[in-house]
Design a protein around this ligand. Structure first.
Ligand SMILES: *[C@@H]1O[C@H](CO)[C@@H](O)[C@H](O)[C@H]1NC(C)=O
Ligand SMILES: *[C@@H]1O[C@H](CO)[C@@H](O)[C@H](O)[C@H]1NC(C)=O
Ligand SMILES: *[C@@H]1O[C@H](CO)[C@@H](O)[C@H](O)[C@H]1NC(C)=O
Length: 412
């Protein structure tokens, strides 16, 4: 090769890399559609006193009971495959070799045995650690042990790592999260990588580096933890609606914005509000991690978690995250392009909590749908078909307070 040829090659490689910088996602073959599973945190927290709360205490039996229900109640077959243990699973100290150990009273069989059990059910095991010196609940952190911990998780048969960011320096996070990603890769075991890093720097524009999040992580938390209430839920939806940092542009096969766990089936939402969460998580191509007690689920909540139309919108292979196209007087419209040419899912949320159902008259043009001669519509929740409607033809929508209407609009 001549020097000129070598220079040209280097230049081409550079151009290729610059051109792909915005779109490169973590290449571990995982999360080609938004990951689905169950995560213990929102519902079971750090309940570790098994005398006081035997039914809710975080133990291997609790995790196994949820695994059993994921299979017997049809969640696994609907696509929920990860069973993810969050903070508080560890003993308070590493062993004499510096290896992490699970709490010996609550996880007496050890994590390898638990992973075998979970795998035996056709599910995958997720685990939690923290990039800092300690986890958020003050269990041993991974700082200075990243490579060792990555190998420990791989040896146990872990399939997902959620890496939190308490007790660390935000300036170290980019290097640290990238290093952990490389150590996970080096184990040779495909491990879905969930990063809390962006949530810790969300108010620091200089440290908010979406191309780096996307290149490093399969899934990343952007914003605050979800709590079991409408206010918490809506504050999260509104954050994504404002789309600051253009974050919807970074969602796609291999890498997803994560608005946190599903609280459907918990204690804080009305039935309409549960539909808002499930509907919006579908629209936003969000990872779907249920956090509820699968031993005791209201039939309505279960039907929603298993709703085939909503799951199909969430899992659409195009992987586009919906954008809020407008918000006026406590009503807002979101649109998600689908893989079927010309088709979109759209959602109208009525966030008004006063009074009666509200009536809206909106044409496809006023909704903000892409221009076309006409649209056929399908109500996602009732499966009812309606239309066709000309692009400028008004359609009547009636929506309850703090509730949502979701439909597919298809030109054909
Ligand atoms: C657990 O709760 C019981 C009350 O049921 C209490 O007596 C005990 O001190 C608690 N244990 C710990 C470790 O906090
Ligand atoms: C490790 O990274 C390489 C290059 O990005 C990728 O091809 C490979 O699939 C990754 N392996 C694992 C186990 O994540
Ligand atoms: C946001 O993302 C869209 C879609 O990728 C892109 O067209 C647009 O230029 C981006 N805007 C900014 C400000 O980066």
């Amino acid at each position: 090769m001549t020097i000129a040829q070598a220079c040209l090659l280097v230049l081409l490689v550079l151009i290729y890399q610059i051109g792909h910088d915005q779109v490169v996602s973590l290449d571990n073959g995982l999360a080609l559609t938004p990951p689905m599973g169950w995560m213990h945190w929102e519902r079971f927290r750090c309940i570790t006193n098994c005398t006081e709360q035997p039914n809710d205490c975080l133990t291997e039996d609790l995790i196994k009971s949820q695994a059993d229900k994921m299979v017997s109640e049809g969640y696994r077959d609907a696509g929920y495959q990860y069973l993810s243990i969050d903070d508080c699973w560890m003993a308070k100290e590493r062993d004499s070799k510096g290896t992490l150990v699970p709490d010996p009273v609550r996880f007496p069989s050890g994590m390898k045995a638990l992973a075998d059990y979970i795998h035996g059910k056709g599910l995958k095991l997720g685990i939690y650690e923290d990039f800092g010196t300690a986890t958020c609940q003050e269990y041993p952190g991974s700082e200075f042990y990243l490579q060792k911990d990555a190998q420990t998780f791989a040896d146990w048969g872990v399939d997902l790592l959620k890496l939190d960011g308490c007790n660390s320096n935000v300036n170290d996070m980019k290097t640290g999260y990238e290093a952990m990603g490389q150590f996970l890769n080096k184990t040779g075991r495909p491990i879905l990588y969930l990063c809390s890093w962006p949530a810790y720097v969300q108010k620091m524009p200089a440290l908010t580096d979406y191309p780096a999040f996307k290149k490093t992580c399969n899934q990343w938390r952007n914003y605050d933890d979800i709590q079991d209430s409408w206010d918490s839920l809506y504050s999260i939806i509104d954050y994504y609606g404002s789309n600051q940092y253009n974050l919807s542009a970074y969602a796609g096969p291999g890498s997803w914005n994560d608005p946190d766990e599903l609280i459907v089936g918990g204690f804080g939402l009305s039935s309409g509000q549960e539909v808002v969460q499930m509907g919006m998580w579908a629209m936003m191509a969000s990872p779907l991690f249920m956090s509820l007690d699968l031993r005791n689920v209201r039939p309505e909540s279960k039907a929603l978690l298993l709703n085939k139309n909503l799951l199909a919108i969430n899992q659409d292979p195009l992987g586009k995250q919906a954008i809020r196209v407008w918000k006026i007087n406590k009503v807002e419209v979101w649109i998600k392009p689908l893989s079927k040419p010309g088709a979109s899912a759209f959602a109208i949320i009525n966030t008004d909590d006063e009074g009666d159902p509200r009536v809206f008259h909106l044409s496809p043009a006023e909704l903000g749908l892409p221009q076309t001669a006409q649209y056929n519509m399908t109500d996602v929740l009732t499966n009812e078909h309606f239309g066709p409607f000309l692009y400028s033809q008004s359609i009547k929508f009636t929506i309850n307070p703090t509730s949502i209407f979701i439909a597919i609009a298809d030109p054909s």
